[in-house]
Each structure stands twice: as C-alpha cells, then as structure tokens.
Ligand binder design. Structure first.
Ligand code: C2O
Ligand code: CU
Ligand code: CU
Length: 486
C-alpha cells in the first residue's frame, strides 16, 4: 500500500466508509507513473504527442447601448470532437464546450443575459465578481429551462481573471464537468498601462485546465462512487481549453498565460518539463505587487494565476507545460514566430492596500471536517433555509479556516476578496505568490489559514452569499454555508 492509498484508507475509515472503492479514479490516477516518461522524452520532437492546436475561446466584449454593456450567453447542449473519431455529448455557452471569454471594464455597467436552453434548470455564478447578492448567480438564482436570467451590476474591482460557472445545489460538479465554464477578464487603467503582454490569443493566452474521463464510446464517464465524492473526483485525461494534448505556436517574446484550474477536484503543480522559470504576476483577484519568480505553481480547483514566461531567447525551441503531481504533459509551446513587439515586465505592478489585523472587529472560525460520512463546515451541512453568518458591512474581519482532515480542501468566499495573513499560525508561511487578493485558498491536510477581509458596497439582509470548499463533489454534498451582509 503506498502512502496515498494509506491516506485514502485511513480517511475512509475515519468517516465510516469502506475503503474498497476499487473503481475510483482517485486510486487509479494516484499512481505517479508519468514523470519518468517525461524525462526520457526530453530533447525529442513532440509533434506526435501534441496533434491539435490549442483552442482559444472567443473574446466577447459585449454590446454597449445606453451606458450598459450586454452579453448574451446561451447555455446549450452540444457535441464535441475531443478524439480523432467519434464525438462526446457536451454542454457549452454559445458553443459546444466551454464559453467565450467575457471582457469587462472596471466602472462599466454590465448586463449578462444567461439563456437556459439546456432543458433543465441550473444557475450561473460570476466567480470572483464583487456584486450584489441577488446578482451573484449562486444556488438561489435559479434559471429554469427556457428562461433567461440577467446578472446586472457595475464592475467595481481590480483588473483580474475571474470565471463563470453553474452553481445549482447538488449539481454543480456535473454541470461544470459537462462543459459550462468560461473566463471573465476585468480590465482597468492599471492593467492597460502596465507594459504586459495583452494581445489576446497571441501573447496573452487563456489556459483552462480540466481533467475528464471517457467511456469507450467517447461519452464522458462521470459517475462518482461514494469514495469519489468523499475524495473529490479525478479524471485520467487532461484538457486545456477543451483540447487533449494541444500545441500552440508562439512568438519568441514574453508570453502571458492566464491559468484557471477548472477541474472538479484535482490540484495541479504546474511546471515546464525543462524546469524553465516563469514569473507570477497575478492571483485570483489582483496583480501581485511584484512579479514572483517560480519554477512550479500549485493551484487548487477554481484558483487562477497569471504568469509571464520569457521566451525571447527561445526561438526554435519547444517547451512542454506539465502537471508535476500526475506527471502528465498538458501543452506544447512551439516558439517559432518572430516577435512583432516586446514587453518589459515591470518590477512593480501595483500597490495593494493591506487591511490591518489590529483593526479587525471580529474573528470567525470555520472548521472543515467529516461528520458521520459527510463533509461539513462547523459541523453543519448547507441548508438553503439557514443563514450561518451575519457579517456587518464595512467591518474588518478575520476568518480562520482549519482543515482537520487528512485530505486537501479549499475555501472560497463569494463576492469579496481577501488577503492571507497567516498559514498555520505564522505570517512567514505565506508564500510570496499568494500575497495578492484572492477569493479561493487551498488548505493542505491538517493545516489552517487566516484571512482578512472587509465586505463592502452591498448589503442585503434577505439575500445570502455563500462560502464553500471548491472541490465540487464536496460543495455538492453540502460543504458550504451562507452569510448575509447587513
Ligand atoms: Cu466558483 Cu461558489 O463558486
Ligand atoms: Cu464564487
Ligand atoms: Cu473539500
């Protein structure tokens, strides 16, 4: 029994489950078998492994009329060709799988019209968006079949890379897995004045990373066992923007990647096979104050990072982007085009206002644990009729989140962004690349984080926001709670 299997078994028994989940993807994908292959392959041509070009979701700037920028999004059923033969029934937004990249500008009033043509109900949430609770698209803002729901608000936050996805109680994992997700890029004066790569699809590349599993007829295989729901479901096939093993031809210059971990449960440790370093410039909800040099980048589900990779000396080279945890290759970058411009990555990107812990008027504790076979927060499962927390508008608060379990969880708060002030009781344990604003934070087994935040602008004592673990199988079983801002 390897360490991972041991962990699975001991967690299962702690929860009173039998550990014989033999068909579970978790156990299958835990064999770390790919890294040797990668090392062996370096230096050869990878054109046979990466055959499809990377799909770049359409950039959608909306239509502005009478001061409102509108986006029309159809949630629809479709069919996708992920393989050379056969097709997969999928869902998409204005497309067969995934959705367009919405481009929003700070200060603009937007109306996002979600038209549900799926034949069943869902909801659509703006993950990372700072907006009124009624516009959040959480479990309460149901969109029935054939109905249209409009999320309208004024964009009121820093430039960042957010995303939109379904949030139906108990069904989020399945709806996201089928393909409903897309990016929302917010621009502001800062993002437009910094000398960063910003030609979308040319040197500013979105990467939505997901794992999936397929049946032999190429249909999606998503049938989580009780063990998968407990551990989080993982697939054995990796996709970038809905393409398996894609390549992209790039200019020999600085390239920005906006990375979203769009997977249900898998945590990635992104790196280049060559060990090439890169600079992280943004977290979930803001730029970092300074670029942070990294050779590996860990993202849990729903987290985003923007990185800049300097390929200016790499003309003619190939670089493979991979996940070190699974040992799987994700994307081939062919540096084969002559740079038409160049950028100088600034040393200072932004100055972020830091909330002072001494000004905090309240500390809330959230304990993530297992309780009689269910995953809970503070001992409770999500109940749509229960408001778990009442948070005063404009009060500075510290939220302390403790993972008491031997498995990874993360913690996402709707409609606000926070800063990390401690990991495991110490500010020194916060990594430089997590010092920007965030809305989702990973909490490794038996660890804790302390967040500082202030709920601003929107109060509504009748409409709750939510917080939850963003491992979608955990969220769906109720590892979630509700709060109102008053
Ligand atoms: Cu990505 Cu509750 O959301
Ligand atoms: Cu969210
Ligand atoms: Cu979890």
């Amino acid at each position: 029994m390897n360490r991972r299997q041991f962990l699975v078994t001991s967690i299962a028994s702690a929860l009173g489950l039998s550990a014989c989940g033999g068909g579970s993807n978790e156990v299958k994908s835990s064999n770390n078998d790919g890294s040797a292959t990668n090392n062996g392959e370096s230096g050869e041509s990878h054109s046979t492994e990466f055959q499809k070009s990377l799909f770049i979701p359409e950039e959608y700037k909306g239509v502005t009329e009478a001061g409102i920028t509108s986006y029309n999004l159809n949630l629809q059923q479709g069919s996708s060709n992920f393989f050379n033969s056969g097709s997969t029934a999928t869902w998409g937004i204005n497309s067969n799988y995934l959705g367009p990249t919405l481009r929003l500008r700070k200060g603009n009033k937007v109306a996002i019209n979600y038209r549900n043509k799926l034949g069943e109900e869902t909801t659509m949430h703006g993950h990372g968006m700072h907006l009124p609770a009624k516009m959040d698209g959480g479990p309460h803002q149901m969109i029935k079949a054939d109905e249209t729901w409009t999320s309208t608000y004024t964009v009121n936050q820093h430039a960042c890379t957010n995303w939109y996805h379904p949030h139906l109680m108990g069904k989020t994992a399945e709806h996201v897995m089928k393909g409903l997700a897309g990016l929302m890029i917010i621009d502001d004066d800062k993002s437009e004045s910094l000398d960063l790569p910003n030609r979308y699809g040319i040197d500013d590349i979105p990467l939505i990373i997901q794992d999936r599993a397929f049946n032999s007829d190429h249909s999606f295989n998503y049938n989580p066992s009780r063990m998968d729901r407990m551990m989080g479901w993982k697939g054995d096939t990796f996709m970038v923007n809905g393409v398996i093993k894609p390549y992209i031809d790039l200019e020999a210059k600085q390239i920005r990647f906006r990375i979203l971990n769009g997977s249900n449960a898998r945590v990635y440790n992104f790196a280049f096979v060559s060990g090439k370093s890169f600079k992280q410039i943004a977290t979930d909800n803001s730029f970092l104050e300074h670029p942070v040099e990294l050779t590996q980048l860990r993202l849990s589900p729903a987290e985003r990072a923007e990185i800049v990779v300097d390929f200016s000396q790499d003309m003619g080279k190939e670089e493979i982007f991979m996940d070190k945890d699974s040992g799987k290759n994700l994307l081939l970058a062919n540096i084969k085009n002559v740079a038409t411009i160049s950028n100088t990555l600034p040393n200072t990107l932004i100055s972020l206002p830091a909330l002072n812990p001494d000004d905090a008027v309240n500390t809330r504790s959230f304990t993530l644990s297992g309780n009689r076979g269910r995953l809970v927060i503070n001992g409770q499962s999500m109940d749509m009729k229960v408001i778990n927390e009442t948070v005063p508008l404009n009060a500075i608060e510290i939220w302390e989140v403790t993972n008491t379990m031997g498995m990874v969880h993360n913690f996402h708060i709707h409609a606000t962004h926070f800063q990390l002030i401690e990991r495991n009781g110490s500010a020194n344990h916060i990594a430089d690349n997590e010092k920007g604003f965030k809305d989702t934070v990973m909490i490794p087994p038996n660890e804790s984080v302390k967040l500082i935040l202030k709920m601003t602008d929107y109060s509504d004592n009748s409409s709750p926001y939510i917080y939850h673990c963003h491992i979608l199988e955990h969220e769906d079983q109720g590892m979630m709670g509700q709060f109102v801002v008053v």
